[in-house]
Ligand binder design. Structure first.
Ligand SMILES: [Zn+2]
Length: 199
C-alpha cells in the first residue's frame, strides 16, 4: 500500500531508530497521527532540542548544554581520578551509582580493526592532552566494556600511558565477559570499581 508522503517519511524516520522494524514503525507512525497537536509539537521540539541545544564538553567529551559540563566545572569532584568510558550513556549510569566522585573522559567508541576504527577515530588525543596539562590526575580508571574491542582499547591506553607514570587501572571483572556497563546493576558496578586492578 502507498502511504501519503508525510506518513511514508515518518515511517522511514522511525525505521532509523535501533530495534525498530517496518511493522513497529508503521504502528508508531499511525499512533503519532492520532496524537493531539500539542503532544506532537512537544515531541518534535524535544527531538529538535537534542541537536540544537546539546554539545560535547570540550574537556571530557560528554553531552552537555553548557561547556565545560557540570562535572568538569564542579570543584567538589575528586580531580585525581579520571574514569574512561565508551559512551555518554555510561557516564549517566556511573553517576546513578553515586559512589564515584572523580572525573570522566568519554571515548565515543572503541578501537575496532574490523570496523576500521583506529586511535584517531576515537577521543584519545584529547585524553592525552588533558593528562599532559593537568597534573592533578593521578589515576586513570579504564571502564570500557568487557568485549574484545573494549579490552583491546584498555590495553592500548595502558601501554600509551605507562611512560607518563600515571596509575592505570581497569574495572574488576564483576562484569561478565561481553557484558555492557549498561546492563550491570549498581552493586556489580560498585564492586567493579572497588576491585579495580592495576594494568
Ligand atoms: Zn566535561
Amino acid at each position: 500500500m502507498q502511504y501519503p508522503e508525510p506518513v511514508a517519511k515518518l515511517i522511514d524516520s522511525y525505521m532509523h531508530l535501533p530495534g525498530i522494524g517496518k511493522k513497529t514503525a508503521v504502528r508508531l507512525a499511525f499512533y503519532t497521527i492520532d496524537m493531539n497537536k500539542e503532544d506532537v509539537e512537544n515531541f518534535a521540539n524535544a527531538l529538535h532540542d537534542t541537536k540544537a541545544k546539546l554539545k560535547l564538553c570540550s574537556i571530557c567529551g560528554n553531552i552537555t548544554e553548557e561547556d565545560p559540563c557540570e562535572i568538569c566545572s564542579d570543584p567538589n569532584r575528586d580531580q585525581s581520578q579520571l574514569l574512561v568510558v565508551e559512551q555518554p550513556k555510561d557516564v549517566a549510569i556511573m553517576e546513578k551509582m553515586k559512589d564515584f566522585n572523580g572525573l570522566y573522559h568519554i571515548l565515543h567508541g572503541v578501537l575496532s580493526p574490523m570496523e576500521g576504527k583506529g586511535p584517531d577515530d576515537i577521543n584519545i588525543s584529547s585524553l592525552i592532552r588533558r593528562l599532559q596539562k593537568n597534573e592533578a590526575i593521578k589515576e586513570v580508571i579504564i571502564a570500557t566494556n568487557a568485549t574484545p574491542e573494549g579490552d583491546a582499547t584498555a590495553m592500548y591506553l595502558a601501554r600509551l600511558l605507562k611512560p607518563a607514570q600515571i596509575k592505570v587501572t581497569r574495572l574488576a571483572r564483576g562484569l561478565s565477559v561481553g557484558s555492557d556497563i549498561e546492563y550491570a546493576d549498581e552493586m556489580t558496578l560498585f564492586k567493579a570499581v572497588e576491585g579495580r586492578t592495576e594494568m
